[in-house]
Design a protein around this ligand. Structure first.
Ligand code: NAD
Ligand code: UDX
Length: 480
């Protein structure tokens, strides 16, 4: 029986290995992690991450050919193929701080593999890493290996949170990069055989190592660029009376452009886009390509602009002050169908409103109060753009409350900000909500999920991103 071990039981390692176990009954898969509570949660009924369809997959395989453990060394020693899916955040200190990927976790994982391995291994980069990381890892392994042979493969993961199981079941492509030597190609074939259990062969792409590593960063940069492009157009729509939904539809109908990923929003979030673009920017700078670096940096700048534009719109609409006013925030996760709040636009929007002394009441169906307080209290690193530079003061902390009920959050509020596109926000009883609010009652839809005309009929003053402005909003000071 082939044995797979995965280092890192996070948003990628957990679901990916669960699907491999489900689709490959002849393979034994063990997911290991340094975090004891995380592994305990994977072994319980309350999985550590919320992901539609994940519970069923885990239930089918756990204890059969899928295991979760903290005994890292034992499972690494026994494995034929080792996936490394540890976190690779942005460096916050030292050389490249604010841009470069922090490979501390990766390096310690590689050193540990070299230490405990007693037989030849295939080591797979599942984490998103800078181009040429495989070369560095090869060196660490070779210099510490006591004669054992390692083949490094790059197999970046393209799943998106909220649709991870669907994406893993039917990936657009699986990408495997390896050395162009006979040993390298043998390793590529071994990994290809794993995926071939359920992925059609024409969707399994094989490339050299550097193409695979760079393709992952490039794909995320292209995806994020689409959102910043449509968000930039949304600002122009508001200024001119065009409707961003109509513009995006017309633009996306061009088959060279395509209709997906063109929804204007309060700004993209998530653990990947900003981190990976910053990493790409750093790599370009290190390779003497400042123009290319600046091109990609602009994607992040527009994202920050979109978040601060939203805050400014809220404040300017409400008579240029939200001081002491209750603002209900519906949705805190960075997108629907996940409880993940990493880099969510909600953090910056809430901090912006708190900066103007608003009282905030937050409801999200999947995010705990503890998580929200932690996110808002975090003194974020200055990534070379100003929006993160607002640590929350102890007085501001007291201005935040978190509820498990949208009606409670909105009761007595002056305004509502929808920051995550949860389906349930489309079907709330907005008449009931309106009746319980202060008047005039404002509704700022950062995700374009509600029917603005219906809301206006109820009596709300409505702002939808990139849509023709409410007469009320037109009369208010311009937003920059
Ligand atoms: P995560 O933080 O959810 O999980 C990483 C896990 O690795 C943590 O549980 C941590 O405790 C563990 N870990 C750290 N060092 C370890 C070690 N030496 N041994 C064992 N475990 C260790 O991160 P994630 O969201 O799963 O992302 C992992 C990687 O995948 C990142 O490089 C990320 O860029 C990439 N990625 C993420 C997504 C996504 O949607 N989250 C998608 C594609 C790629
Ligand atoms: C992303 C990539 O999509 C995935 O391929 C990669 O493997 C990891 O990074 P993820 O961050 O999980 O996945 O979510 P994604 O669906 O890409 O959304 C990222 C952000 O963009 C979210 O905040 C989302 O709300 C926002 N978004 C997405 C928009 O604002 N408009 C859109 O049209 C699409």
């Amino acid at each position: 029986m082939v044995k797979i071990c995965c280092l890192g039981a996070g948003y990628v390692g957990g679901p990916t290995m669960a699907v491999i176990a489900l689709k490959c009954p002849a393979i034994e898969v063990c997911v290991v992690d340094i975090s004891v509570p995380r592994i305990a949660a994977w072994n319980s009924d309350q999985l550590p991450i919320y992901e539609p369809g994940l519970d069923e997959v885990v239930k089918q395989c756990r204890g059969r050919n899928l295991f979760f453990s903290n005994d890292i060394e034992k499972h690494v020693a026994e494995a034929d193929i080792i996936f490394v899916s540890v976190n690779t955040p942005t460096k916050t200190r030292g050389l490249g701080a604010g841009k470069a990927a922090d490979l501390t976790y990766w390096e310690s994982a590689a050193r540990m593999i070299a230490d405990v391995a007693k037989s030849d291994k295939i080591v797979v980069e599942k984490s998103t890493v800078p181009v040429k990381t495989a070369e560095a890892i090869e060196k660490i392994l070779a210099h510490n290996s006591k004669g054992i042979k390692f083949q490094i493969l790059s197999n970046p993961e393209f799943l998106a949170e909220g649709t991870a199981i669907e994406d893993l079941f039917k990936p657009d492509r699986v990408l495997i990069g390896g050395r162009e030597t006979p040993e390298g190609q043998k390793a590529v074939k071994a990994l290809k055989d794993v995926y071939a259990n359920w992925v059609p062969e024409d969707r399994i792409l094989t490339t050299n190592l550097w193409s695979a590593e760079l393709s992952k960063l490039a794909a995320n940069a292209f995806l994020a660029q689409r959102i910043s492009s449509v968000n930039a157009i949304s600002a122009l729509c508001e200024a001119t009376g065009a409707n961003v939904a109509e513009v995006a539809y017309a633009v996306g109908k061009d088959s060279r452009i395509g209709p997906k990923f063109l929804n204007a929003s309060v700004g993209f979030g998530g653990s990947c886009f900003q981190k990976d673009i910053l990493n790409l920017v750093y790599i370009c700078e290190c390779n003497g390509l400042p123009e290319v670096a600046n091109y990609w940096k602009q994607v992040i700048k527009i994202n920050d602009y979109q978040k601060s534009r939203f805050v400014n719109r809220v404040v300017s609409s409400m008579f240029n002050t939200v001081s002491g006013k209750k603002i209900a925030v519906l949705g805190f996760a960075f997108k629907k169908d996940t409880g993940d709040t990493r880099e969510t636009a909600a953090i910056d929007v809430c901090k912006g409103l708190l900066g103007d002394k608003a009282k905030i009441s937050i409801y999200d169906p999947q995010v705990t109060e503890e998580q929200i307080q932690r996110d808002l209290a975090m003194n974020k690193f200055d990534w070379d753009h100003p929006i993160h530079l607002q640590p929350m003061s102890p007085t501001a902390v007291k201005q935040v409350s978190v509820t498990w009920d949208a009606y409670e959050a909105t009761k007595g509020a002056h305004g509502i900000c929808i920051l995550t596109e949860w389906d349930e926000f489309k079907t709330l009883d907005y008449k009931k909500i309106y009746d319980s609010m202060q008047k005039p009652a404002f509704l700022f839809d950062g995700r374009n999920v509600i029917d603005a005309e219906k809301m206006r009929e109820i009596g709300f003053i409505v702002y939808s991103i990139g849509k023709p402005l409410d007469p009320w909003l037109k009369d208010m000071p311009a937003v920059a």
